[in-house]
Design a protein around this ligand. Sequence first.
Ligand code: 5GP
Length: 190
Amino acid sequence: MTKEKPAIIISSPSGGGKGTIIRRLMQNNPRLALSVSATTRPMREGEKHGVDYYFLSVEEFRQKIKEGEVVEWEEVYPGKMYGTLRSELERLWADGKIIIFEIDVNGAMHLREEFGDEALLMYITPPSLEVLEQRLRERGTEDPESFQVRMQRAEYELSFQKEFDVVIMNDDLETAVADAEQAISEFLGK
Ligand code: 5GP
């Protein structure tokens, strides 16, 4: 059975390397496109509005929820909201794209309910919490408080792995990309 609105839903703790893997997947398969989420967190250096996220104020975000524009949303970190925009999905599906979602574990569970068999849930896991901590530190994007919050959140996120269809170990990047590509082609071939 071919899928009309295929959705690849990818979660991993902050620093788990999902951004790099997703970029590689998209380079290798032009049918894959990332759903750009909306967020109320501040923009990091080098990020662009409409490319990394739609950066909204809390009021703008709430307004979009009221208008029914937000398919799912979570307060992933205290005071920081993240959500999937309906307009984004409609645009990408109209273009015949296979949509990749880079979202937290609760968002992933919501989208499974929403999309059922059209969704593949993929969890990208670090070799250990220590490696995750080291990667997040090397990335250098977080102040000490945000760093602590992200590490605590990582333990919570990791406990959800068993709910996912596939778990990809991100120890070696090339192996992780190849494993993810294989899981996607098996899913799309079904
Ligand atoms: P970051 O602040 O590092 O860009 O992202 C933090 C977390 O928010 C990540 O775990 C990411 O998966 C999650 N996230 C990003 N966009 C969305 C979204 O649209 N919905 C949900 N539920 N989570 C999201």
